[in-house]
Design a protein around this ligand. Structure first.
Ligand code: MG
Length: 373
């Protein structure tokens, strides 16, 4: 008699992972992943055979056009334009309020008691082009004459000063890494003339415990003349002090100094370099970020809690019995991403700017979670 059923039934299909379990697996793997190769690890010549035609070609870039005293040049096509004579949109005051510097005749001028300004976007390794002019007729002397400054990451100052027939201490004159490295030569033009800085900056590196693994390095050309040749900074620049390094984020805003003198700027552009160019990052003030905080809940019990411990927002993704925390880096005022995990968080806001939902995307999976009222 034949058995009622086959003695070797086909095995049941393997259980399909639910979107939720896929999501948990992706997030968990990301938290276990080994750290990426340091951003400053230079590729080796021997990574490729010589003259390999399959080696990726560098991207094509339209180069910068030169400036004259009468007309600013144009930024290269892949630069982030920070000031083109028309808009202060990339800038805020240090507290995040609108900048109080003024635009006059296409130049950005430090107005009296206006305070430092900083970029909304943050930068790490970069090539920076800045043009500036000291006030004319000149007034004051030493550090009191045409003083301003270009602060890379808001911490490392390339001094701006009228150093044309104006004696001051060497590590405080124009193009000095302030308080650390005098320029190799004094390539200053007279006050009122447009001068240029072309700066190549390598940010400091810190390990996971905040220990310095590589100091910041700085190269500066002043009016086309090399004045800082890959110098090593010993820490943040400062007056009367040489502070040691303290760990800080990989990217921070660029700042321009208000030192009480109406120094003017024009044609400011920046190119992010290396891995730091992979994603744009912005730094918003605490009041703005606080509006995004709250708990967002999905139908299956997953919650995402957005908090602001300082300085970054964090997202805590929670399922029953499991919880993971990720710092969030702003790519725009509504889109944030994580590092080490290809996760993106996009806030959906109502017309008054209040967020009502969060789109969470990881590994091709997208979820919309609603904000708890
Ligand atoms: Mg200064």
């Amino acid at each position: 008699m034949l058995p009622a059923t086959s003695p070797h039934p086909a095995p049941p299909p393997p259980p399909q992972p639910s979107p939720r379990s896929t999501l948990i697996t992706l997030i968990t793997l990301a938290t276990l992943a080994s750290p990426p190769t340091p951003a400053h690890a230079a590729p080796s010549v021997f990574d490729w055979p010589q003259h390999d035609s399959s080696r990726p070609k560098p991207p094509v870039v339209r180069p910068a056009s030169p400036s004259s005293q009468d007309h600013p040049g144009q930024a290269p096509s892949d630069a982030v334009v920070l000031f083109d004579g028309s808009s202060l949109a990339p800038w805020v005051a240090l507290d995040g309020s609108p900048p109080r510097w003024i635009i006059q005749n296409g130049a950005l001028e430090c107005a009296r008691n206006s305070g430092y300004i900083r970029t909304l976007q943050a930068f790490g390794d970069c090539q920076l082009h800045v043009e500036w002019a000291a006030p004319t007729p000149p007034s004051g002397s030493s550090q009191g004459r045409g003083n301003s400054g270009v602060f890379l990451m808001g911490l490392y100052e390339v001094q701006v000063l009228d150093s044309h027939h104006n004696v001051t201490y060497a590590d405080g004159q124009a193009a000095a890494a302030y308080g650390q490295h005098p320029p190799l030569v004094n390539a200053s033009l007279p006050p009122g003339h447009w001068q240029s800085y072309d700066i190549i900056f390598s940010r400091p590196r810190f390990d996971d415990r905040g220990n310095l693994t590589a100091p910041a390095r700085l190269t500066v050309l002043h009016n086309g003349v090399l004045v800082q040749n890959n110098v090593e900074l010993v820490g943040p620049t400062g007056w009367l002090k040489r502070d040691p390094y303290r760990p800080h984020p990989d990217k921070l805003p660029l700042a321009l100094q208000d030192h009480g003198n109406p120094v003017r700027y024009r044609n400011i552009w920046i190119r992010e370099l290396g891995a730091d160019a992979q994603y744009p990052e912005f730094v918003f003030d605490a009041a703005f970020l606080s509006k995004l905080t709250g708990t967002y809940r999905a139908d299956d019990g997953m919650t995402i809690t957005i908090a602001k411990p300082d300085p970054l927002l964090t997202a805590t993704i929670s399922y029953p019995g499991r919880s993971m925390v990720f710092p969030l880096h702003a790519e725009s005022s509504t889109a944030f991403r994580t590092r080490g995990l290809d996760g993106r968080f996009t806030f959906r806001t109502s017309p008054d700017g209040t967020p009502d939902a969060l789109v969470f995307r990881v590994g091709g999976d997208e979820r919309v979670v609603r904000r708890n009222p």
